[in-house]
Design a protein. Structure first.
Length: 261
């Protein structure tokens, strides 16, 4: 929002670190998770008529699709490109099939795109700090790939990151991200429900959830302590009642994510 303020904050932080470790930073990798992300799935193809698939064929398909995307989405910039599927004559191949023969070749690709102005602003801020950006990585992709590397059973999966005001949805197929989206609701709706039904201050509800262990939350016989009422008159509110409110909203969120999205 403010280029000067942002660059000054980063510059001061970097200077403090450099002075402590006696090292000058020149490059950085940026990990981002913006609201405005576009996910595109595109198929490219080539008629082979029995000939061999060459590297030039793959390059042509990719460049042709990139050109089309640039024309249809001029304000977006490609952040990541993933190959999710390679098919020769209706047979799936596990990797790029250069050298194989066939009649028809099809390649499925996924593009993760963000607003070009957003990336220009990041570059501008870092340039003011005399830092070059070597790479920009989409955070949900990095988190998902880490999960997959630790356990291959997640190579085909849907992953959700529940944040305060949004839910980030990511779909992976064959270890490639094929879809991502931001849903405009999050865990804040759970807090708001408890505040409304129990007539409590939001800060008190957050404080309660932050300082309560799971085993205590599950104990429905206990009651909310007086300290959580702050400016409200004390009333007997059971932990079980709170848990019912929370669970009802969680069920609704899961239903929205999985069934109504």
């Amino acid at each position: 929002i403010d280029i000067d303020q942002s660059s000054n904050l980063i510059k001061n932080s970097i200077n403090n670190i450099e002075n402590k470790i006696n090292f000058i930073f020149k490059k950085t990798t940026i990990i981002i998770n913006p609201y405005d992300v576009l996910s595109l799935n595109v198929s490219g193809f080539k008629k082979l008529s029995g000939s061999q698939i060459l590297k030039d064929d793959i390059t042509y398909i990719l460049n042709d699709i990139k050109k089309t995307i640039k024309l249809t989405e001029p304000e977006k910039k490609i952040l990541h490109l993933f190959n999710s599927n390679f098919i020769i004559d209706k047979n799936e191949i596990s990797k790029i099939p250069i050298g194989l023969h066939g009649e028809f070749y099809n390649q499925d690709m996924s593009f993760i795109m963000v607003n070009e102005t957003f990336l220009k602003n990041i570059n501008l801020v870092l340039n003011i700090c005399n830092i070059d950006i070597s790479k920009i990585i989409f955070k949900p992709f990095a988190v998902g790939i880490k999960k997959i590397l630790l356990n291959k059973k997640y190579k085909n999966s849907i992953m959700f990151d529940l944040k305060r005001k949004r839910v980030v949805t990511s779909i992976f197929v064959n270890e490639s991200m094929v879809f991502t989206d931001n849903l405009s609701f999050g865990t804040e709706t759970i807090i708001n429900d408890v505040v409304k039904v129990c007539s409590l201050e939001e800060s008190c509800v957050r404080d309660f959830l932050k300082n309560t262990e799971i085993k205590d939350l599950v104990d429905g016989e206990k009651f909310l302590e007086k300290k959580y009422f702050e400016n409200n008159a004390f009333r007997k509110i059971s932990i079980g009642h709170l848990l019912n409110i929370i669970n009802a909203r969680i069920d609704e969120i899961i239903d929205l994510i999985l069934n109504k999205n």
